[in-house]
Design a protein around this ligand. Sequence first.
Ligand code: ZN
Ligand code: ZN
Ligand code: ZN
Length: 447
Amino acid sequence: MPSPSPSWLPDSLGLVPHPSARAKCVARTQFNPGSRILSTPAYAAILLDTEKGRRCDSCFRLTSDEVSLKRCSGCGSYWYCDTKCQSIHWKAHHKRICKIYNSFLLSLEYQALPMHQKLDAILLSHALATLSLLPSPYIFQEDVSSVLLMSLLPYSDESIHLPPICPITPPPPDELVRKLYSRFGNNNFAIHSHLTTIAHGIFPQASRLFNHSCTPNSAAKYIFLPNKSIRMDVIALRDINQGEEICLTYLDPALLETREQLLEISHGFKCQCTSSLFLRRIGRLPILPSTASEISHISEGLRRFVGVESLLSHLPVKQIETIPPSLYCVLRESYMTGLSEIFSQGSHQGQYDIAIDSGMTLLSLYILVYPVNYPQIGMHLLEMAKTVWNAVITSTDHSIERPLKQRAWSFLMLAEQIMTVFGPEGDDGGPLQEIAILRELLDSDLI
Ligand SMILES: [Zn+2]
Ligand SMILES: [Zn+2]
Ligand SMILES: [Zn+2]
């Protein structure tokens, strides 16, 4: 008889054995593109240093002109929308570290840490403060999310070098600190708003459920609501059939040359997805040609192979494994970086021909390396639509106005399709609102 599902597992998901990972999460129902697979709270989450004082430390919402953040009078280091957000944060963990927090931040051992370890040290302190507030401090066996967190696979062993932690009363048992910290790093998520990272967090349920794929069928997004703690929503990017494994990506799939090593270092496994197997088979990628005309020849070849044209009614689908050997050099990370630079420079400096040309090549590359409906493709299509729109409003040649507007429209409609699947994320506004505004401008002009 199959063992009963654990209580924390939604009915729509199942955990089944996996040949190399601990288990795999499968759909027990059909998920359509854009449907929510899971909504799960953060166990602990902290803002990046650059976001401190701009956002509420509890709900992570960006401050607006009407709302100025209130500072914690105890430590002066945390900011809140209002007393409700402060009270949520206070009860969750802050009351255990408020008094001691500033002297901890000023301590030599904390100051000596590199930035990412500083984040880890604070995140770890938050999680330990949460554990200290359980009915019996640090006895977590009755608390489902703590049990889930501790049940994650450790990456590092006992000899791990612990970062300093904010002193908490009662002090956590050393063994528990080690156990917790050994589950860090490989299990932390970058929390984003409009796809820009603003914080780090631990989401034990998501870590426990989803294996990695470089071509995932789902994506994580973050929900910030007033007076609520942060949540992660996992969204289906395409149709997911019953029985199919649901995966997230643990890193940017576009890191074609480094992702294998990164996954091995931070997660301790070799990815077996078709894209990774293909890249492993090619081995070292050929170098890019050195002259501008050769590069432009390669770029043309890439656009032709992927099948992007000036007016698109739908995006072509191309698997990276089908790319011809003559184009292998475009898989070098420096090619994508170079294209992105040319595109954004061209857009900002008003060199629209250059921007649109490199933007089309970049779109071809994104289609090749990212899965269907991946939000980065939608964001790029929106940038393309904005660039073409800027070309319209700055052009003095009226004969090209209409074809340009049609082009902007075709990019915009594709951007809308993809960003609607992903849905709104993080702060108010964002890409979907930008799409609506540009749509209105173009709509009235095209009709
Ligand atoms: Zn707030
Ligand atoms: Zn405080
Ligand atoms: Zn892979």
